[in-house]
Every structure is written in structure tokens, then in C-alpha cells.
Design a protein around this ligand. Structure first.
Ligand SMILES: [Cu+2]
Length: 498
């Protein structure tokens, strides 16, 4: 079958019978082996093994156009869940069954999905069309139903195009019924880089980027050369955002967290940005890092964190007396977002404040260690995949192992694993830019005893090795969490052999 007719067959199969049909069709395409079907018996069996508590938590998320109030009189026409960004916090207990109905009210026949970022859930609820399900059509609904597993800090966002860079995201907190940490209060902090409805849409930004640097990146929306960061090993990002938000607000009209002096607060910090790593500090405070990407780490005191797109960090702080800025510096880009903590009298700091902690002790994931209870047993890997991160700005041809993912046939070049294997992925960054590499459905371990994570920064020209146990059968996306790099093709399918 030639490429074009094979594609039409695949698309027809998708439309007719969904992801199962796609898997069956892809398996007949010659060199590619047969993969576990996202809705097949192996996936059902894995879900049965999950320790569900029987409690079902029903909720609705409506993806629709919204005029968002970003504060200070600034509004932006965008797309959001239930009219606000971030969308309303989703909070469940580990073992609850989450039943979330997505209603797609987006304009212009835009399809969408919900991806439960970081959750090791059943494959057919992972929300990554066309691999795990057909895209949810405009005007229709789809109910995601799955048992939530490991407690921690997660978020939900669409997995289509560059929709992540709209206002379509919401925090997802899975509480531990036997929470070992003690604290007085919690504060969920969602960071985002904002352009939609201000100087252009994310789709317009992507169209410009796709022309490559050769065509000249003249538009205001694009990052001129010179966004560099030592922490990120050079080039910091592709897009110049007019605003950086903390919990949906600009620094001139910040969200305020109120507490009492001496309160011990757990901050759950989520980077929902499209193209920005943030350096985060709370003025006048040190932070104790307790978790990253939902999993506990040996506690470390830091002044500031570096958090790439898709990463999450939990920290504990003991609040001082007064008013303090929580600043999210757009790493290498100069601008920043801000929120405030208020425990007493005092005037708010200037929106352009840069607390000295931003230049203090910064701990990155590479320096953290998993706690004993979540560290993987040491074991020789059964399989090693070399995952080269390739491409560049000139042709905007971001890829994995030189192959840009073709969404009309995503499983054409899968990275194969088998259930029960210990798998090692060697991320070899051959490009001159950093990439936050995200694996769906699993939480890998960095190096021999590093933190458990699902998204990790791979610096330019460096190699990062991660290991995981292949214990969640299906077809899982492995990709850069830069929304524009992923859309350009820096994405692959990691598939379990059937
Ligand atoms: Cu990337």
C-alpha cells in the first residue's frame, strides 16, 4: 500500500471504529510489530489490578471560548475549561475512580481531548488522540473514567495541536489518605506563559515558527535571538510572551494567598507553560523540596527552583510576618509572573520585584534523590532505547531519532517494550536547545537513585538516562513538553508488544 492510500485507510478506520481499529491496522503495515491495543484485554487486566476504593468522583469539564480576566483590566479571548484559567481544581483521593465528562464546545470544528498528565492510568483514558482514542469532536462529549493511583500533584490539559498554550488546563491533586507530611495549609500554584488573545493565537505562533529561522522571525510574538540561560545550557525558548501568569493573573493584579505567620504551607507548583521554564522563589523564605512530579524526594532546602514545562514541585515553607512576593522568573527571558503571600500588614511589592532568593541556592532534579519507599530496586535493564533529540530552529524540524511524528500514522516507528521489562531510555540531546521530556503512563527514575519523574529537563548536547518498569500496558506518548516542539514532531509512541 502506498503512503497516501494507507493514510486514508487509517483515517477511515479511526472514524469508523476508533483506536482499537487503528492498532490493528498499524500492526498489519509491515515492519511495525503488533502492539497492545489501548482498549484491549491487557489494559483491562491492568486496570483490574489497581487498588480502587470504589468511590466514584463525577465531574464535568467544558472546553469553550471564554473572555478571561487576567487582572488589572486586562482581558483575553481564549479557550478555557468552564470559563476560567486555570480551570477549577480537581481533587480526589488516591484510589478514587475519576469520572470526568469532557464537553467540547470549541469553535470551528476544533477537536480536543483530556490528558491526565503524570497519572499512571489505563491506556484508553490517557487522552492522546489518535493513539489512545479518536479525538473528541466539536459539539460532542467523552467521559474519562479511570482509577487514580499514586498520590501527588498533577494536571490535566488537551493533547491536540498547541491547545496546551491556550487557557485549557486545570490542576489535579490526588490526595494521600495516609498523608505523611504535616502542614497547616496548601496552596496550588499554576504557572503559565501567556500570548493567546493578546498578540496572537498559539496556532499563529506555530505557523510562524514552522517557517523556520531562515524565513526570518520578525513578528512580535516570536523570541528574538538572545533568550539565553546558563541553567538551561543556552537557548532558553522560542516564543516571546507578553505576560506570565500565576494562577491566571498578571503581576500587576496578583493572586493573594492569605495565612498566619508561622503557618507551614505546602505549595504545589505546576508549570503549565508552552515554551517557558520558570525559576521560582518566595521572597524572604527558603523552601523545602518534598516532591517532584507527584513522587517524594529526600527533603532539600533551597532558595529557588527551576521548573520546566510539565514538571511539578511540592515544597514546604514556614510563613514569615508581612507581605511576600512569589516570583516566577521566565528563565532566560527576563520577564516574570508574580503572586503574593500576605500574613500581616504591609504594602504589596512592585510587580517588577526580583527577590534575592532567585539568585540563591537552586537545586535541579539531577541533585535530588528519591525516598527509599519509591526508589526502584537496582536491576540490569532488559532493554535500552537510545532516544536522540534532534532538529533545530532553522527548519523547525524537532524530532526523535530524526523522525518527526506523523499524526496520521503515529505508531509507524514505535519504541518497543515488553510487559515486565526494566527499560532504560537514554535521552541523547543532539540539538542546541533544552527539552523537557515527558513519558505518559509511567514515572521513571533519573539515573541510579535520582528522583522519580515523568518529565525531565535534558540539557543541550547532554545525555540523561532514565529507567522504569514496564508495568502499564498500552501505547504511550513520549515527547518534548514544549508545545511547539511536540507539534513540530518531537514525539514518539512507546508501545508494549502484544
Ligand atoms: Cu523540545
Amino acid at each position: 500500500m502506498n503512503d497516501i492510500s494507507r493514510r486514508s485507510v487509517l483515517l477511515a478506520a479511526l472514524g469508523a471504529a476508533g483506536a482499537g481499529a487503528l492498532a490493528a491496522c498499524a500492526s498489519g503495515s509491515g515492519s511495525a510489530p503488533t502492539l497492545v491495543s489501548p482498549s484491549g484485554p491487557a489494559v483491562t487486566a491492568a486496570e483490574k489490578k489497581r487498588a480502587g476504593r470504589g468511590t466514584v468522583r463525577n465531574m464535568n469539564l467544558t472546553a469553550a471560548p471564554a473572555v478571561l480576566d487576567l487582572g488589572g483590566g486586562l482581558t483575553a479571548e481564549s479557550w478555557a475549561f468552564s470559563g476560567q484559567t486555570p480551570g477549577g481544581e480537581i481533587r480526589v483521593s488516591a484510589g478514587d475512580t475519576l469520572a470526568a465528562e469532557l464537553s467540547n464546545q470549541l469553535p470551528d470544528r476544533t477537536t480536543t481531548s483530556l490528558h491526565w498528565h503524570g497519572i499512571a492510568l489505563r491506556n484508553d483514558m490517557d487522552g492522546a488522540p489518535p493513539v489512545t482514542q479518536p479525538a473528541v469532536q466539536a459539539g460532542s462529549t467523552f467521559t474519562y473514567r479511570f482509577i487514580t493511583g499514586t498520590p501527588g500533584t498533577y494536571f490535566v490539559h488537551p493533547h491536540i495541536g498547541v491547545q496546551l498554550d491556550r487557557g485549557l488546563y486545570a490542576p489535579l491533586i490526588v490526595e494521600d489518605p495516609d498523608e505523611p507530611l504535616s502542614y497547616d495549609d496548601e496552596w496550588v500554584v499554576v504557572l503559565d506563559d501567556w500570548i493567546d488573545g493578546v498578540t496572537g493565537t498559539p496556532d499563529e505562533v506555530y505557523a510562524e515558527l514552522r517557517q523556520g529561522m531562515g524565513a526570518g522571525m520578525h513578528r512580535d510574538g516570536l523570541m528574538p535571538m538572545g533568550a539565553t540561560s546558563d541553567l538551561l545550557g543556552g537557548d532558553a525558548g522560542d516564543v516571546k510572551y507578553p505576560y506570565h501568569l500565576v494562577n491566571g493573573r498578571i503581576p500587576a493584579a496578583p493572586v493573594v494567598h492569605r495565612g498566619r505567620p508561622g503557618d507551614r504551607v505546602r505549595l504545589r507548583i505546576i508549570n503549565a507553560g508552552g515554551d517557558t521554564a520558570y525559576r521560582v522563589a518566595l521572597g524572604g523564605h527558603r523552601m523545602t523540596v518534598t516532591h517532584t512530579d507527584g513522587y517524594p524526594v529526600e527533603h532539600r532546602e533551597v532558595d529557588a527552583l527551576l521548573i520546566g514545562m510539565g514538571e511539578r514541585y511540592d515544597v514546604l515553607v514556614t510563613l514569615g510576618d508581612g507581605v511576600f512576593p512569589l516570583v516566577s522568573l521566565a528563565e532566560g527571558k527576563g520577564a516574570a509572573g508574580m503572586a503574593l503571600v500576605r500574613t500581616g500588614a504591609g504594602s504589596a511589592p512592585s510587580p517588577s520585584v526580583r527577590p534575592k532568593e532567585l539568585d540563591g541556592k537552586i537545586v535541579t532534579a539531577a541533585q535530588l534523590r528519591a525516598t527509599d519507599d519509591v526508589r526502584l530496586t537496582s536491576k540490569k535493564p532488559d532493554r535500552v532505547h537510545r532516544v536522540e533529540l534532534t532538529g533545530g530552529m532553522h527548519h523547525y524540524n524537532w524530532a526523535i531519532n530524526g523522525v518527526r511524528l506523523d499524526m496520521s500514522d503515529p505508531a509507524a516507528h514505535p519504541l518497543i517494550v515488553e510487559a515486565g521489562e526494566r527499560v532504560q531510555l537514554d535521552f541523547v540531546n543532539r540539538s542546541t536547545m533544552w527539552h523537557p521530556m515527558h513519558l505518559h503512563g509511567h514515572t521513571y527514575e533519573l539515573g541510579a537513585d535520582g528522583p522519580r519523574k515523568d518529565t525531565a529537563i535534558v540539557l543541550p548536547k547532554k545525555t540523561l538516562s532514565v529507567v522504569f518498569d514496564a508495568d502499564n500496558p498500552g501505547q504511550w506518548m513520549l515527547h518534548c513538553h514544549n508545545a511547539y516542539h511536540a507539534e513540530a514532531g518531537m514525539m514518539a509512541v512507546l508501545g508494549y508488544r502484544d
